[in-house]
Design a protein around this ligand. Sequence first.
Ligand code: DX5
Ligand code: ZN
Length: 219
Amino acid sequence: MQNLVSASVLSADMLNLESEIRRLENSGIDMLHFDVMDGVFVDNITYGLPILERVRSTTKMFLDVHLMITDPRRYIEKFAAAGADLISFHLESQSDTADTIKAIKSCGIKAAVAIKPATPAEEVLRYIPDLDMVLVMTVEPGFGGQSFIAETTDKVRAVRNKITELGLDTLVQVDGGINDKTAPIVKKAGANVLVSGSYLFNSKDMAVSAAGLKEEIIC
Ligand code: DX5
Ligand code: ZN
């Protein structure tokens, strides 16, 4: 299975975001992961629409927008207009899930639902036929640089099994604490889009680290 890497710019040097984006483009990174936090859904506040617009204006990279906000439905059209290629929102948010998926697709972009570590995989399974991707959080959303929660691996497996059973090619993304040690575990469980922030940005050679994350696992 071909694995993709989505680099979380939460770990980038924000004063030099443009050169950081050039670094991603030159390192074989497949997607730019843009974490939007509102300080209510999670305990942190990051960046939003104006920065996404500026990022869009400088790169053709696939923009993977992860909304960690209370009412994502309210902002779908705005994030799509700002340049998102895919929007992930949380099942635990206050927005209606089916309605929000529909809104994302009406904008002509890809849709994903994210689940926090404590949310059972079963709660997202029924939405799979309508989704391009499922995001299984492997840390508590809110901050970069946390340690991988091993118990989330079973949920990755449950999501992948359902996708296989349905004969679909829905992507399975993992986000949080992904590095050279944890990547083989999640890939074996069926993840094929790996978000990585601190590991990639702190590595000596981003291209080499990205290639390692993308390596196929022969089960
Ligand atoms: C956490 C964010 C992640 C985070 C990943 O809430 O959703 O995307 O930036 O960072 P690392 O790879 O450092 O765990
Ligand atoms: Zn994220």
